[in-house]
Design a protein around this ligand. Sequence first.
Ligand code: IPE
Ligand code: IPE
Ligand code: MG
Length: 257
Amino acid sequence: MASDLSTAAIRAEAPRAKAGGGAAAVPCHVALIMDGNGRWAKARGLPRVAGHHAGAKAVRRCIEAAIDSGIEWLTLYAFSSENWRRPAAEVTDLTTLLRQYLRSELKELGENGVRFRVIGERGRFSPELRAEFDRAERHTADNRRLNLTIALSYGGRTDILAAARDVARAAKAGEIDPETLDEDGFCRFLSTSAMPDPDLLIRTSGEQRLSNFLLWECAYAELVFLDVLWPDFCAQDLTVALAEFGRRERRYGANVD
Ligand code: IPE
Ligand code: IPE
Ligand code: MG
């Protein structure tokens, strides 16, 4: 359901990334599709779970690099709505790893000033894991250095559909007027209502698709596809993506030269 934060207010407040002005531009919000764990493991003759373990270590490097780069919002796609279709053993490996990650990293996240949030269909995870999500969110709620959001059982279409349902209910209850509902009014109902739109979307592993990630929110994100497999991701890869972002000219449909 919608947060009580006004999306319009957050967007107005969030410092806008200034790309096009040189390689020094830092995006306010980076969204990242962490892909390639399976291929990384396969290339080494290891089981897929080994790739996911190595991927969890890359998450730590990525967070540190994001903090060092001055990024304020980092959203990581860790498990899609569609990933439930994977073999049950892999899903169990992933949820087990997630629980271990939250337990082992929470202290460090707190010390590094990271505010942790989860978006996605929490109800599909076990009560124990949901309790871990809540604990991590509560524990880091006052941190301001980096807003880290992990997308878990997240799907852009599902999120938009849930928002549309909530909008319809609110209209039926007379709480909103469909005739005056605008984009800012609508996105208050999305699970991402507390964050500014991504300025930069990075996908690793060489695949060039969104795979149902932040479909509404990435309307004007700059897309950067890296050939590195996620477990190999390091600070230098983020630097490369940021430099590419700095070379882009963002027009939002308005510029006529
Ligand atoms: C990304 O790596 C992690 C998840 C989607 C959970 P993959 O598991 O998709 O790795 P590849 O794409 O098969 O190499
Ligand atoms: C997207 O990767 C989801 C995550 C990285 C969490 P997938 O590997 O699941 O996407 P497809 O199947 O290649 O599109
Ligand atoms: Mg993949």
